[in-house]
Design a protein around this ligand. Structure first.
Ligand code: FES
Length: 67
């Protein structure tokens, strides 16, 4: 992993809950391939914005890392 990839993996996806991109990537590589599944697995979307900020980021992660 390059330094840039490490920094990228530390970016927060769900700001309310403080969940970083690497947590989502782990579940993606374990076969979780839906927004709902990723939210359930990580706890994202349960913060004060109710997923308004993180849902589009989760969707784009799925688009970038989908099959
Ligand atoms: S950013 Fe994920 S619930 Fe607000």
């Amino acid at each position: 992993m390059t330094q840039q990839e490490i920094l990228d993996s530390l970016k927060p996806i769900c700001l309310c809950q403080g969940i970083r991109k690497k947590v989502f990537l782990k579940h993606l590589s374990n076969g979780v391939k839906t927004v709902k599944g990723l939210k359930n697995a990580t706890g994202a979307g349960a913060g004060s914005c109710e997923g308004k900020r993180c849902t589009p980021r989760i969707q784009s992660l799925l688009e970038q890392n989908g099959d």
